[in-house]
Ligand binder design. Structure first.
Ligand SMILES: C[S@@+](CC[C@H](N)C(=O)[O-])C[C@H]1O[C@@H](n2cnc3c(N)ncnc32)[C@H](O)[C@@H]1O
Length: 293
């Protein structure tokens, strides 16, 4: 990233000195599943577009990329309504896909999609920060885990538990394909005062969380904590130009790949996960600042 840009971004962020009061912090952190379920209640399948770019960015998704003699198995965590999985299922006939999300409504949308067939796809409800994936998927049986704009929805204190959960179902040599919001992304810089929970963690109007990653944070999570090998871990900068709307801006993402060691030993699971309280949020406002990423 350009030094002058980083300095300007840091100055902008430093101006926001307030943080959300503790009561609301706890509420947002513990009611994440409920808030995402409400998001899908409002937006149904209309918010995100199908992600047709993923096999350009990740060669592991292309047909013919072999991991072993068996057909590759992929797990999409935080699958939403399936915008990642439909293009991949179509373009790579070899893949079998597990897909999970903690929003029961999102999972029902996946199951109801015309492209859903249990021969090739199995969608289930799971909070990756506390429900053990290995209860549904055999341990060390998955070749690829895709984490596409899902870790940003997790508060930092729950991210390590999600990594441990994934590592338990990854095959030796299996890979995590990661893409998410990067630090100093436009969306982070645009948050008005009153939305920050802590450094790099914000709450949107609709109560969903958004964390902005540094490559260092990813290294800490997946390499130091998860015991994985880093194959790729970098910022991706995308310029968005829309002359009609007078928009000329840069989006910053982090894109990374991590691999389970071939002689993998199961790591100590960090499953002290908290239970989600069953209380409902009041005063939900319509979603105005969710990014279509
Ligand atoms: C921005 S959407 C991305 C959806 C999908 N990966 C895609 O590429 O279109 C983030 C998704 O992560 C899900 N999510 C957030 N936290 C989760 C958790 N702890 N466990 C499972 N899913 C989660 C949300 O419900 C939401 O569907």
């Amino acid at each position: 990233m350009n030094e002058a840009f980083v300095t300007r971004a840091q100055e902008t962020l430093a101006k926001d000195t307030s943080t959300v009061p503790e009561f609301w912090q706890n509420k947002y952190r513990t009611e994440a599943a409920k808030n995402w379920d409400k998001f899908y209640n409002r937006n149904a399948t209309n918010f995100f577009k199908d992600r047709h770019w993923t096999d350009r960015e990740f060669e592991e998704l292309r047909p013919g990329h072999t991991f072993s003699e068996q057909k590759p198995v992929l797990l999409e965590i935080g699958c939403g309504v399936g915008n990642f999985i439909w293009p991949v299922l179509k373009s790579n006939p070899d893949l079998k896909i597990f897909a999970c999300d903690f929003s029961p409504r999102a999972v029902r949308y996946v199951q109801a999609n015309e492209n859903y067939s249990e021969d090739r796809c199995y969608a289930f409800v799971c909070d990756i920060t506390k429900d053990r994936l290995a209860d549904t998927i055999p341990p060390h049986s998955v070749d690829i885990v895709s984490a596409i704009f899902v870790f940003s929805a997790l508060p930092p204190e729950k991210q390590a538990a999600a990594v441990a959960n994934i590592v338990e179902i990854l095959k030796p040599g299996g890979r995590i394909l990661f893409r998410d919001y990067g630090m100093y992304d436009l969306a982070q810089l645009r948050f008005k005062s009153g939305h920050k929970l802590e450094d790099n963690l914000y709450v949107r109007q609709d109560g969903t969380l958004s964390y902005y990653f540094s490559t260092h944070r990813l290294q800490e999570l997946f390499v130091e904590h998860g015991g994985l090998l880093e194959l790729e871990n970098d910022y991706t900068i995308k310029r968005l130009v829309n002359a009609k709307k007078n928009i000329d801006s840069e989006r910053i993402f982090v894109q990374a790949k991590f691999q389970a060691p071939i002689d993998t030993e199961p790591i100590d699971l960090a499953f002290a996960g908290t239970r989600i309280a069953d209380t409902s949020l009041t005063d939900q406002k319509p979603n105005t600042d969710m990014d279509t990423c």
